[in-house]
Write a protein that binds this ligand. Structure first.
Ligand SMILES: Nc1nc2c(c(=O)[nH]1)N[C@H]1C(S)=C(S)[C@@H](COP(=O)(O)O)O[C@H]1N2
Ligand SMILES: [Mo]
Length: 321
């Protein structure tokens, strides 16, 4: 599965030596910091790209045979509506989110509930890297080297009981730090959910970093979900609450447009969004030689059918979209 891209598959920005990258980041980061200091004390926690902490992690066998999306695109073309609905808004405004200290509240059908400091939940010696494609329902995708831990490892520590059939995850909601929440674009806070077997699946990942460093705020620092066989919006960012539930919870996108977004949201080229096709996707940052015009065919379950199709055996995936 591991594949080294051929030189003709690399764009200039992918071949830039790391040293030049760091310099460029340093310059961009420096400007960000100056603006931050001018804007006031709340921005003291600003994390310019160049100061993102390097993480120690083990490589894993989870990879895909496509070139990585350049880091500068992964961190500048985002969906994080709490900071605005434009793709460039999160990179501009998410620095105001204070990510340290960070507490996660665990509630519901489990033996161990309460408030936990992120440091106590995510142990640095457990970190691994996984290369997963993120496929947005809008019809674009990126290939990202995430760093984190499988969600199942974390959930198991709370000892969910037999009544726990679903997991709900909730994003931080702090209007003073999230300018986009001044508008009722979604019913804040952002909420998502998984069925217990989906949450406990080995592919389901909690990321604390990308490209070997801790997550930038715009990508969901300090902790975000990555469910590689589902549309990007399932991958909820900046998580502050985990709730074990008996019944299927509603999700932000279901609430905002129930005809367009369902609970399952599995990547499925055969089920169109009511307003557009889902059969192909635009590869952000170029993609490979074989994806002419930067487009590729969208795969059923984003390419993970062998691993996850059994979770949905007997279900009508046109109805359960
Ligand atoms: N809290 C929160 N999480 C979110 C979103 C959001 O608006 N708010 N957007 C989702 C969508 S639509 C996508 S495609 C991915 C984008 O992740 P990325 O910006 O790291 O690529 O985050 C998801 N998680
Ligand atoms: Mo998305």
């Amino acid at each position: 599965m591991i594949r080294i891209p051929k030189p003709w598959q690399l764009k200039e920005n992918q071949t830039t030596p790391e040293r030049l990258y760091l310099n460029r980041r340093h310059i961009i980061g420096g400007l960000g910091l100056t603006a931050g200091l001018a804007a006031g004390a709340a921005l003291a926690k600003t994390k310019p790209q160049s100061t993102r902490k390097a993480l120690v992690f083990k490589k894993s066998g989870y990879t895909i045979a496509d070139p990585l999306t350049p880091e500068n695109l992964v961190t500048s073309y985002n969906n994080f509506y709490e900071f605005g609905t434009d793709k460039s808004d999160p990179a501009k405004y998410a620095h105001s989110l204070i990510t340290d200290p960070w507490t996660i509240t665990v509630e519901g059908e489990a033996a161990k509930t309460g408030k936990f400091a992120i440091e106590d939940l995510i142990r640095q010696d457990e970190l691994e890297e996984r290369i997963y494609r993120l496929r947005c329902v809008e019809g674009w995708s990126m290939v990202i080297p995430w760093v984190g831990v499988p969600l199942r490892k974390i959930l198991a520590r709370f000892e969910p009981n037999s009544k726990a059939k679903y997991v709900q995850l909730v994003t931080k909601f702090e209007p003073s730090q999230m300018r986009g929440t001044r508008w009722p674009v979604l019913d804040w806070p952002y909420v998502e959910g998984l069925r217990m077997d989906e949450a406990m699946h080995d592919l389901t990942f909690l990321a604390t970093g990308l490209y070997g460093r801790e997550l930038p705020n715009q990508n969901g620092a300090p902790l975000r979900l990555v469910v590689p066989w589902k549309y990007g919006f399932k991958s909820i960012k900046s998580i502050v609450k985990i709730k074990f539930l008996k019944r299927q919870p509603t999700t932000s996108w279901e609430k905002s447009a129930p005809r367009e977004y369902g609970f399952y949201s599995n990547v499925n080229p055969n089920v169109d969004h009511p307003r557009w096709s889902q059969s192909t996707e635009r590869v952000i940052g170029g993609g490979s030689f074989t994806s002419l015009f930067n487009r590729r065919e969208t795969e059923v379950f984003n390419g993970y059918g062998d691993a996850v199709a059994e979770l949905y055996r007997g279900m009508d995936l046109k109805r359960n979209y």
